[in-house]
Structure formats: structure tokens, C-alpha cells
Design a protein around this ligand. Structure first.
Ligand SMILES: O=C(O)C1=N[C@H](C(=O)O)C[C@H](O)C1
Length: 294
């Protein structure tokens, strides 16, 4: 359903007067797909989707759909909340040319395991497009063991997971060992992308891949082609880059770097995020430049 490779969850660049910079969104989307991304994610966490109003979300989606169509590339759209019925309505309204919806494990409410399974059963039934379950315990407050993810994976309409548990832990290993055929696993912790690929992940949804997209695409190919030494070497360099890009809350450093590269007009983020510090930006740029020279 989704291709192997790296999907770039696009940031939302803002103009100096705090409007969505549609041209910059389009430019970043084109660059990512031209540089080797297998697809795009619109309205993810990285997009600061929580701070966009309805019209802004529609504008971002519109731009991303048009660029994805031009490149014949899959577009995944971020969705999901701790209100099952509201999420089902939002999914039902998605346009049919969307490849998948990235749906977060219900945050904050802390339902039971059976409640989580019932949530995704309802969403799988309501959605016209396949679901990618976004498992990110440090954001949702809910840790799912491998058995629960596999129960969700077996539901109709559930196609993949974005695995962002913050560690390569026993449940991660069990998930990759026991996942059913055709169920995709995508790394969602940028720093851990290389070890997850070594365990067999299909790719990654990685904000870091705004920068050196081609290197991230190469990391996936190297692991998938069994070029272990090369994959390790690329993975170590990219992990250092990702660590620098995630030194402050995502996506503030990514935006600062894109601005330093003159790829977006402002590094602005919306509250409660604060702009990246000059020190974090400078450190990230050292890694960006070092990789450019390799
Ligand atoms: O928006 C996303 O998708 C991503 N969000 C993660 C986060 O902010 O925690 C990071 C990942 O690179 C992609």
C-alpha cells in the first residue's frame, strides 16, 4: 500500500505576517520528491497541525495533493484525536486520492487496550483510505505492547504503523518479527531509523529527511539491499544529524535549518513552540554542512 522508503512529513512554513506560505510548502514538497522521497506526509506533528485552523489545513492539503499528483507520489495525511466519532467523520471526508491517513493512538484519554482496538476498528470501518497507526507513547501517554499493535494490525483498513516508541526495545523487536505479511512498519524516531531498518522496517516518516533527503533514501536502499557496512556508515552520520535537528522540540530546528538554507522565508513557529536557539541551529548546520562534504 505504501512504498518502501522515506516519506517526508512536511513543515508548514509561515510568512512574516503569520500566514501559511503556500509557495514554500509547494517548493519543499517538490524538493523532497525530486531528491528521493518515496512520498509525503501532510498535516503531521511536524506540520504544527494542532495550530492550523480549518482553512489553513485545507490549504496545506490542497498544495500537497497537487504536488503529489504531479510526481505521481503517495500522499499521507495526518489525522486523529481522542474522539473516535470526530476522527471517523474527519477520515470519511478525506479525498479519495489520498494514499493513507496517519492516525495517532488516542492521546490523553488513556483508554484500555480493548478501547484502543475498538477505536481503530471504528476508524478502519469509517475511512475510505488505509490507516497508518501512529504509535508515539511519549506524546499520547499510552504505551502499546507488541501484542496490541498486532491486534490493531489485523483490523480491516489498518495497513501500517509509524513506530515512534523512543527505543529499540523488546516490543519493537517482537513487532518486526511477528508482523503479518503486508503490514508496513515505518520508523518514526529519526535517530533510530537505521536500527529499525536493520530489523526490517519498510522505511521511515522522518522530519530530518527535509535535509539531505537523498541520503535518507540511500539509507533505506542500503539496508534493503543488504549493504550492511554502507548502511551502518550512512546511518551513523544521519543519526548525528537527526540528534542535532531534534535537540529542541520538533520542528523548530528543522525550520531554522531550512531558513538558513534559504529554502523557507522565515523560521517562524507558532506557540507553544518557540523558535530554535542560535546554538541549536548552528550545531545542526555543522552536521548539515559536514554531510554535504562527504
Ligand atoms: O510529523 C511527523 O510525522 C513526525 N513527527 C515526529 C515528532 O514530531 O515527534 C517526528 C518524525 O520525524 C515525524
Amino acid at each position: 500500500m505504501l512504498p518502501s522508503g522515506v516519506l517526508v512529513p512536511l513543515v508548514t512554513p509561515f510568512t512574516p505576517d503569520d500566514r501559511v506560505d503556500r509557495d514554500a510548502v509547494a517548493r519543499l514538497a517538490h524538493e523532497a520528491l525530486t531528491d528521493g522521497a518515496a512520498g509525503l506526509v501532510a498535516l503531521g506533528t511536524t506540520a504544527e497541525a494542532a495550530t492550523l485552523d480549518t482553512a489553513e489545513r485545507a490549504a496545506v492539503l490542497d498544495v500537497c495533493r497537487s504536488v503529489a499528483r504531479e510526481h505521481n507520489a503517495p500522499l499521507v495525511v495526518g489525522a486523529g484525536s481522542n474522539d473516535t466519532a470526530a476522527t471517523a467523520r474527519a477520515l470519511a471526508a478525506l479525498p479519495s486520492d489520498i494514499a493513507a491517513a496517519l492516525v495517532v493512538v488516542p492521546p490523553f484519554t488513556r483508554p484500555s487496550v480493548d478501547g484502543v482496538v475498538a477505536h481503530f476498528r471504528a476508524l478502519g470501518a469509517a475511512s475510505p483510505v488505509p490507516l497508518v497507526v501512529y504509535n508515539v507513547p511519549y506524546r499520547t501517554g499510552l504505551t502499546l505492547d507488541a501484542g496490541t499493535v498486532l491486534r490493531v494490525a489485523a483490523l480491516p483498513g489498518v495497513a501500517a504503523t509509524k513506530h515512534s516508541v523512543g527505543a529499540v526495545d523488546p516490543d519493537t523487536v517482537a513487532l518486526l518479527a511477528r508482523r503479518p505479511a503486508g503490514f508496513g512498519v515505518y520508523a518514526g524516531d529519526d535517530i533510530l531509523a537505521s536500527p529499525l531498518l536493520a530489523l526490517g522496517a519498510d522505511g521511515g516518516i522522518l522530519a530530518s529527511a527535509h535535509v539531505h533527503t537523498g541520503r535518507f533514501a540511500d539509507l533505506v536502499s542500503a539496508w534493503h539491499n543488504g549493504e550492511v557496512d554502507r548502511a551502518r556508515a550512512i546511518g551513523h552520520r544521519l543519526a548525528a544529524l537527526s540528534a542535532a535537528l531534534f535537540a529542541e522540540p520538533n520542528p523548530v530546528v528543522v525550520k531554522a535549518v531550512l531558513h538558513a538554507q534559504s529554502r523557507i522565508g522565515t523560521p517562524a513557529v507558532r506557540l507553544p513552540l518557540l523558535p530554535a536557539s542560535p546554538a541549536a541551529t548552528a550545531t545542526a548546520m555543522v552536521h548539515v554542512d559536514r554531510l554535504a562534504q562527504d
